[in-house]
Design a protein around this ligand. Structure first.
Ligand code: PLP
Length: 383
């Protein structure tokens, strides 16, 4: 089977997968072992110690490479551990250009961990990709983007950024957590690295924390593998198994996330109490055309603001929800709601967060795969 020729909906199930060598198990066994017996020093069958490699993790890494149209996958203990490995490619004096509307944990890792090792980060608006060139100099080594962004659902033109990166010989990494390879494959658009919080849509069942990197280039894969093994934040066998099982239904879940997301976005947009809905599928979304060009659908992530922008009222709305669960995270089969101003973005001063659109009454929804009539009825009673 030439799996590079398989369609996406087959790759999620068969990509990089073979029946297990020992007994032909169709699902990869959970190799819950730290080490592997050797017949003579160095005489092993491909695995010697589970930080360096474990068959369950290898099965997941092959699946990740397949669904993102890359050649090499690496699975980590969390999304942030995957990002950490990428920044460890750099050294003191190197500079990174990133977006000003970045996942909070990535921002914290860049600013509070890596800046003290002499790496400099620029955070800029990228809805107009040409702005990036102004920040490139001889020390620039990496561009780090995320699209759609959290929680404002801004869209960045991956191809346009990749062109700038290539012209300047700078690496481009894309955090593809929100879109998943079902909606967009950044490596096909010219990115060098794709990163995932597999905790979200790839795992898909809110039962595991894991991260992923996928690349095409062998030399870059070798450098990342060295860091993965040397730093040690690997994905364990049980967690690898759970993410792999999640990936097998990714296409089915994403199709429903998109359908339900659209239904909820359109319902909210016509509601008399709703001021604004942020969802890239609307024609008046500032980057709708870019989204349409690079994504196969618009996903299940939506943010909205109620009229009057009242903090207390937004809190009451999320408290009244019954089918949506009030919780952080996203991408699971169940619908979740969050209030960024008091939850994920509470530590950012009000003036700062309002600059990026995170106003008092902003509510973020991760629309799950329940019956959409129940989701809309739930929002109706809460509003
Ligand atoms: C959750 C998330 C991360 C961090 O991943 P963890 O698995 O929580 O470490 C990074 N980027 C985005 C967009 C996320 O949503």
């Amino acid at each position: 089977m030439d799996e590079k020729k398989l369609k996406f909906n087959s790759k999620t199930i068969h990509g990089g997968q073979r029946p297990d060598k020992a007994y032909g198990a169709v699902m990869p066994p959970i190799y819950q072992t730290s080490t592997f017996a050797q017949t003579t020093p160095g005489g092993h069958s491909g695995f010697e110690y589970s930080r360096s490699g474990n068959p369950t993790r290898t099965a997941l890494e092959n699946a990740l490479a397949s669904i993102e149209n890359g050649n090499y996958g690496l699975a980590f203990a969390s999304g942030l551990a995957a990002i950490d490995a990428v920044i460890k490619l750099l050294g003191p004096g190197d500079e990174v250009i990133s977006t000003n509307d970045l996942y909070g944990g990535s921002y914290r890792l860049f600013k509070q961990v890596f800046e003290k090792y002499g790496i400099k980060f620029h955070f800029i608006g990228m809805q107009n990709a040409s702005r990036i060139a102004e920040y490139i100099n001889d020390n620039t080594k990496l561009i780090w983007i995320e699209t759609p962004t959290n929680p404002m659902m801004n869209i960045i033109d991956i191809k346009a950024v990749a062109t700038i990166a290539q012209e300047n010989k700078v690496l481009l990494a894309v955090d593809n957590t929100f879109a998943t390879p079902y909606l967009q494959t950044p490596l096909d658009l010219g990115a060098d690295m794709v990163m995932h919080s597999a905790t979200k849509y790839l795992g898909g069942h809110s039962d595991v924390v894991a991260g992923a990197l996928v690349v095409k280039d062998k030399e870059l894969a070798d450098r990342l593998y060295f860091i993965q093994n040397a730093s040690g934040a690997v994905c364990g066998p049980m967690d690898s198994f759970l993410v792999l099982r999640g990936i097998k239904t990714l296409h089915v879940r994403m199709q429903r996330h998109c359908e339900n997301g659209e239904a909820v976005a359109r319902y909210l947009a016509q509601h008399e109490k709703v001021e604004k809905v942020y969802w890239p599928g609307f024609e008046d979304h500032p980057n709708h055309e870019v989204a349409k060009g690079q994504m196969k659908g618009f996903g299940g992530m939506i943010s909205f603001v109620t009229k009057g922008n009242n903090y207390g009222e937004a809190i009451k709305i999320v408290e009244r929800l019954k089918v949506f669960t009030l919780a952080e995270s996203l991408g699971g089969v169940e619908s979740l709601a969050g209030h960024p101003a008091s939850m994920t973005h509470a530590s950012i001063p009000k003036e700062e967060r309002e600059k990026s659109g995170v106003v008092d009454a902003l509510i973020r929804l991760s629309v799950g795969i329940e019956d959409r009539r129940d989701l809309i009825a739930d929002l109706e009673q809460a509003l």
